[in-house]
Design a protein. Structure first.
Length: 125
């Protein structure tokens, strides 16, 4: 009697790299980790651009929100840095950090409830 061997199961890819809810959660967490490990927001923005346009419509609002959070936050940080020479920039840096954290938290909360971002094109919260 011949023994038939079953082929090994296919390699499971990491679901956090695939477009969808888990991937967006990772992006938000990478953004927040950027306050401790400076490079992680760059990884998050790359993930957002790579996976944008490849998931459900409600998740797409989160990709838009995350991408805009990165770029607008970078703009606010640069403006704050320039204004730091006039001393008002230090307050703006703090305000930018709070704004960035709140946007990530609001995104995570909506994602947990499986809700789209209400206004993903917004410059504010």
């Amino acid at each position: 009697m011949e023994k038939t061997e079953t082929p090994p199961p296919g390699r499971q890819t990491d679901t956090w790299l695939e477009p969808g809810k888990t991937n967006v959660q990772v992006i938000y967490i990478l953004y927040l980790a950027g306050f401790i490990i400076g490079i992680t927001p760059l990884i998050g923005i790359v993930l957002a651009y790579v996976n944008r346009g490849r998931s459900d419509a409600w998740v797409e609002t989160h990709y838009t929100w995350a991408i805009r959070t990165f770029w607008i936050g970078l703009l606010y940080a640069l403006i704050s840095f320039v204004l730091a020479f006039v001393l008002v920039g230090f307050l703006l840096m703090l305000a930018t950090a709070v704004w960035f954290i709140l946007r990530c938290i609001f995104g995570l909360q909506a994602l947990t409830r499986d809700e789209p971002m209400k206004n993903p094109q917004s410059w504010v919260l």
